[in-house]
Design a protein around this ligand. Structure first.
Ligand code: ADP
Ligand code: MG
Length: 478
């Protein structure tokens, strides 16, 4: 059999044993190049694909090859970057191999939502309140969320114990809802008979309003007071909603007196809930108050690895590191960038790279200063050696182009980076003013000198600029 046909047979044989998305990601555009003295040489588009295929599927591939052609003794992979080019159709289009048996396995979202609550006759009633994806096991613990995590675990082990009420606060997207629901799920799996009620303050307010208008206040009270665990999300939403506050106050007291567990989340500590009644906020502080913070770099990276497992995406570790370096707001954004990277790679059928991810981050936030383009290079002890290297780094950092830096535009957004770039080339590479000037579109040496002096002055006063310079220098390998 010719090598090319053999490879197609190998792929057909492998396909049913590998998840479709993974199969396409890794084997698309691969090609059998030659039979080199009994070794089948396979061309692959990237080094990442080569490493991944040989690590994860190497054994399977070799087995199939030997079974299909007993004269062959092994497989080798060679990188042929032209296979990665758009429009290249030399390699095998593996999508065609999988489209035949296209029984789409589609995951129904949230099918496992938990069924809990009691009806009028005390029977268990279905409610789509808790989402099983929020689990303690999928919540990554780092230095900045150790306490909230420990307190939540304690509540799961002993609902209505010493951490009652538990009050968790923190900025948006830091995992409050995740923890709150994980508490509900955790309690239900240890104590299946307990009745757990999860509700957002917003929904509670709507329910109160409806109950009042339909004169059903007493049945409303019933359903809230007959629970063992009451999880209230985003309590800050009660601000200036007086009847809801009052209703919640009574519910709270009754549950608390009967040692039922109450967990509350909020975007701020109880003392700063200015638009809530004092008698309510003072109760929030009676048990345990914990704050969720934005996780540090290592934890962000661990969260990304966790989410990759959840989303079943495969991403180069260097790319994950790049995302963890450049997302500074919250975990939700971290997750958002990752999701987009995975989606793009599946739609366009290519592996997410540092620059494709950088584009996603910039799309989300134009003003973002990007660092870490050289995360890969840094591993190999990268150092910026030429003016061009420095221009590339500065341009990437400030989200402008090298042409902008070399051009004539005198807007601050371009001029500052240009001057800083000159300053860095002068101070770190030691190039002469003349040489620098010619690299910047033939500028006069006095212009360069002026820029360098200006930057030295500014660096004495402007802390943010100092931070930028430090980040850029790290990037330069200094
Ligand atoms: P909040 O309620 O504080 O606004 P969420 O609980 O909705 O935030 O969290 C936003 C997203 O970030 C969720 O998908 C959640 O799973 C994820 N997340 C936040 N913190 C962590 C963590 N420590 N480990 C894993 N995932 C996290
Ligand atoms: Mg939330």
């Amino acid at each position: 059999m010719a090598s090319k046909d053999l490879w197609i047979s190998v792929l057909k044989r492998l396909q049913p044993t590998i998840k479709k998305a993974h199969f396409i990601t890794w084997f698309q555009n691969t090609i059998a190049l030659e039979n080199k003295e009994g070794i089948l040489v396979i061309g692959v588009p990237t080094s990442f694909a080569r490493d991944w295929i040989s690590a994860k599927y190497g054994v399977k591939v070799e087995q199939a090859v030997k079974e299909l052609d007993s004269e062959l003794t092994g497989v080798e992979y060679e990188i042929h970057s032209r296979l990665a080019e758009k429009g290249c159709n030399e390699g095998v289009d593996v999508k065609k191999l999988v489209s035949g048996d296209d029984k789409k396995v589609r995951k129904v979202r949230n099918v496992n939502e938990v069924v809990v609550s009691r009806g009028p006759n005390n029977e268990r009633v279905a409610s789509k309140m808790l989402n099983v994806k929020y689990d303690m096991n999928t919540f990554v613990v780092g230095n900045d969320n150790r306490l909230p995590h420990a307190a939540s675990t304690a509540v799961i082990n002993m609902p209505g114990g010493i951490y009652n009420p538990l009050y968790i606060y923190g900025n948006v997207g830091l995992g409050k809802t995740h923890l709150l629901q994980a508490i509900g799920n955790g309690i239900l799996s240890s104590f299946p008979d307990k009745v757990v009620k999860y509700i957002t303050a917003e929904k509670f307010v709507t329910d109160v309003v409806q109950a009042i208008s339909k004169r059903k206040m007493s049945s409303f009270k019933e359903q809230y007071r007959n629970v063992d665990v009451f999880l209230l999300d985003d309590v800050q939403f009660f601000a200036r909603k007086n009847s809801s506050q009052q209703e919640f106050f009574h519910t709270f007291n009754e549950l608390y007196d009967r040692n039922k567990q109450i967990v509350i989340t909020s975007d701020r500590p109880p003392s700063e809930l200015d638009d809530l009644e004092e008698r309510l906020t003072s109760r929030f502080g009676m048990g345990m108050v914990v704050e969720l913070l934005f996780p540090d770099f290592e934890t962000r990276l661990a969260i990304l690895h966790q989410k990759c497992r959840e989303f079943e995406g495969i991403i180069d570790p260097a790319v994950l590191e790049f995302i963890a370096t450049n997302v500074h707001n919250n975990v939700r954004e971290l997750e958002g960038v990752l999701r987009q990277a995975i989606a793009e790679s599946q739609l366009e059928n290519r592996v997410p790279t540092i620059s494709s991810v950088a584009a996603i981050i910039k799309r989300l936030n134009k003003a973002q200063k990007i660092i870490g383009y050289d995360i890969e290079a840094k591993r190999q002890n990268y150092m910026a050696r030429t003016a061009g290297d420095v221009m590339n780094i500065v341009a990437g950092f400030y989200n402008v182009t090298v042409q902008n830096l070399q051009g004539k535009d005198r807007h601050k957004e371009v001029m500052r980076p240009r001057q800083l770039c000159m300053y860095l080339i002068k101070n770190e590479l030691g190039d002469s003013y003349e040489k620098i000037g010619s690299g910047f579109g033939g500028r006069n040496h006095t212009t360069v000198m002026h820029a360098c002096n200006k930057m030295s002055d500014m660096l004495k006063k402007d802390v943010n600029l100092v931070k930028d310079v430090n980040a850029i220098k790290r990037e330069m390998g200094l």
